[in-house]
Design a protein around this ligand. Sequence first.
Ligand code: NAP
Length: 261
Amino acid sequence: MDAAEVRVIGLLHPGEMGAAVGRCLTGREYEVIWASQGRGEATAARAAAAGLTDAGTIAQVARQADVIVSICPPRAALDVAAAAQGFGGIYVDANAVSPATARRIAAVVADGGASYVDGGIIGLPPEVAGSTRLYLSGEHAGAVAALFEGTALGACPIGPEPYSASSVKMAYAAWTKGSSALLLAVRALAEAEGVEDVLLAEWERSQPALAERHRQAAKSAASKGWRWVAEMEEIAATMEAAGLPGGFHHGAAEIFRRAQP
Ligand SMILES: NC(=O)c1ccc[n+]([C@@H]2O[C@H](COP(=O)([O-])OP(=O)(O)OC[C@H]3O[C@@H](n4cnc5c(N)ncnc54)[C@H](OP(=O)(O)O)[C@@H]3O)[C@@H](O)[C@H]2O)c1
């Protein structure tokens, strides 16, 4: 596919990240469409603010779009791909899923006649250039990267291997979110053992960055931890498939499960 032929891009769905990615694309004069069916008011408000057009259903998005970009909770990624059956363009899955899940998504996408491009997003919802990268891999990665030229989202094609972008996301988040979960666990341990004050005083002396890091980790886990449970399980599966222990991230999933308010 030539990026110059693309007119309409489907965005499933305009969450915090998806809406910001959609705004990058409307800023380049693409028509960006989404599907309101089944989504809530906050998603509709984000879509409107980003200049997205409501096509109603995922089936309609599949009919009208040249490219579909899936940005949704990781546990919904396979269902979203299945709902786009009949789509014949380029389908980009940019979710935090394991290479094995990405392979399943690619199979569903290919069954319907579309081409799969693997993606992985690192950084905050893109507002300013330099804040966020979209890693892309697979045969059409370069064409997808071209859609984002000059936008706040830095698109990085990393080669033709079909699932490398998911591997990058898994490895990166294994450390960032995995280490946050470890910090939450060790402080909970100190609390359970009645030595939290002593631990905090020792952190102050020898690890002065940890108290603030813990505060941030607890805040993020309370608001986004529900989504990270599935992401940690995807990382555990990725580790195990590579012959590494998945236990760290099964544990991290449990920590984020417990962090729900
Ligand atoms: N936010 C970040 O900083 C960040 C950073 C890097 C990567 N990412 C990646 O971006 C993806 C989405 O994150 P986000 O922050 O945009 O999440 P989000 O703000 O929670 O948005 C998720 C979107 O998906 C929809 N959704 C929720 N449950 C669904 C389901 N079961 N089936 C289909 N759609 C569903 C939501 O719609 P309703 O709520 O209206 O139902 C919403 O529009 C994830 O894969 C994540 O790893 C996010």
